[in-house]
Write a protein that binds this ligand. Structure first.
Ligand SMILES: *[C@@H]1O[C@H](CO)[C@@H](O)[C@H](O)[C@H]1NC(C)=O
Ligand SMILES: *[C@@H]1O[C@H](CO)[C@@H](O)[C@H](O)[C@H]1NC(C)=O
Ligand SMILES: *[C@@H]1O[C@H](CO)[C@@H](O)[C@H](O)[C@H]1NC(C)=O
Ligand SMILES: *[C@@H]1O[C@H](CO)[C@@H](O)[C@H](O)[C@H]1NC(C)=O
Ligand SMILES: CC(=O)N[C@H]1CO[C@H](CO)[C@@H](O)[C@@H]1O
Length: 320
């Protein structure tokens, strides 16, 4: 059917202007053919258009309209917006939270260090060695020894964290808590941190003293991500396996403790599947001790950035 061929020929003509289609234009016979065909198409088009108009009234989403490619919605806001560092799955790392970083010896791409125990000097040193720096702080617990501890209200903190005397779950719904966290993010940015590691965002899975759940925790993480990204910093999830699916699109990594030991690595795999690191820590001291052989040989962690550490998160480290 010639009618069906017309759009095909037109597109070929546009794609390959110097081929037979162009020669056709100079032949009077074929020119007349095309003119007649064109008029025919126009007439049929008008007829169909009128008919559709009469039967469908003012409906303007007719299938006979030239289809235009679907417009992708403009998306300049949201927790993923901004310009910030995006590390790849498998990135090597070190984490030291016990004290100020003592040694830069491990030759790895990323150092996760405490926001308050370190200063811009060490971050500059690490940057000079072509390494990125993640700054750790607790976003979901109150610690009485932090320089900004006196800014929390008594109503902001609830029950003590099991096994961590002097540390209490925070009400992450509190505006006061959020403004303190916002200030911490500004400190991190001013120190030159490339990203932040906000800890204790799994109060919803613990006896925190507040009615925390995944909904208000996701809201808190969205808030933190918007603030961090707005300051040009990356940000990750800490543990909280229940929130992996909801956050993997806008957080840059997962920091996980003991998924090999507790056989939970599958929960965190979506980050690696999305090309983002799972920074995995397995403790080789303490209860239920893991051995290097057992941890590193475990397939459930394949693609993860696994470290063997002591519970105190000192300089000591071994990588798989
Ligand atoms: C818009 O941003 C949100 C949150 O970052 C993201 O989940 C979503 O996929 C984005 N949509 C588009 C069309 O880019
Ligand atoms: C550190 O590792 C990088 C990348 O693997 C390598 O290019 C560099 O030579 C290493 N530096 C030292 C001092 O070993
Ligand atoms: C930064 O920290 C290092 C190591 O703790 C310390 O030696 C140095 O004096 C500090 N620098 C400043 C400017 O506080
Ligand atoms: C979490 O709690 C809020 C009320 O504080 C409620 O609106 C929301 O539906 C709850 N979400 C879940 C997953 O239970
Ligand atoms: C501090 C604390 O007890 N955290 C727990 C919160 O809940 C998760 C999930 O059950 C545990 O893995 C943590 O140890």
């Amino acid at each position: 059917m010639p009618l069906a061929m017309t759009p095909d020929d037109t597109s070929k003509q546009a794609a390959t202007p110097t081929t037979s289609a162009q020669r056709l234009c100079f032949s009077p016979r074929t020119k007349r053919f095309w003119v007649i065909l064109g008029l025919l198409v126009l007439a049929i088009g008008l007829g169909v258009g009128l008919g559709v108009g009469l039967t469908r009234g003012s409906s303007d989403n007719g299938d006979d309209d030239t289809p235009s490619p679907p417009k992708s919605p403009t998306n300049n806001t949201g927790p993923a917006a901004g310009t910030y560092w995006k590390p790849a799955a498998g990135t090597t790392w070190q984490i030291v939270l016990q004290q100020a970083l003592g040694t830069t010896a491990p030759n790895v791409s990323v150092y996760d260090i405490d926001l308050f125990d370190n200063n811009a000097t060490i971050i500059n040193t690490l940057h000079g060695m072509n390494r990125k720096v993640i700054c750790y702080f607790s976003a979901g617990s109150y610690e009485d020894f932090r320089p900004d501890s006196d800014q929390f209200k008594k109503s902001d903190y609830g029950k003590e964290l099991k096994g961590w005397p002097g540390e209490f779950w925070l009400d992450i719904r509190s505006e006061n808590v959020r403004s303190i966290m916002k200030a911490r993010l500004k400190v991190a940015a001013s120190m030159g941190c490339d990203g932040v590691d906000p800890d204790n965002v799994d109060g919803f899975a613990n006896d925190s003293g507040f009615p925390l759940n995944t909904t208000n925790t996701l809201d808190f993480l969205t808030f933190l991500a918007e603030e961090a990204h707005g300051l040009g910093m990356a940000i990750g999830l800490k543990n909280a396996g229940d929130l992996v699916g909801a956050t993997v699109d806008f957080l840059q990594w997962e920091v996980n403790e003991q998924c090999v030991q507790y056989e939970e690595c599958k929960s965190f795999r979506p980050f690696v599947d999305a090309g983002k690191p799972v920074f995995n820590i397995e403790y080789v001291d303490g209860k239920g001790v893991s051995t290097k052989q057992k941890v590193c040989g475990d397939n459930s962690r394949s693609g993860f950035s696994t470290l063997l550490k002591n519970m105190d998160l000192s300089d000591w480290v071994e990588a798989c």
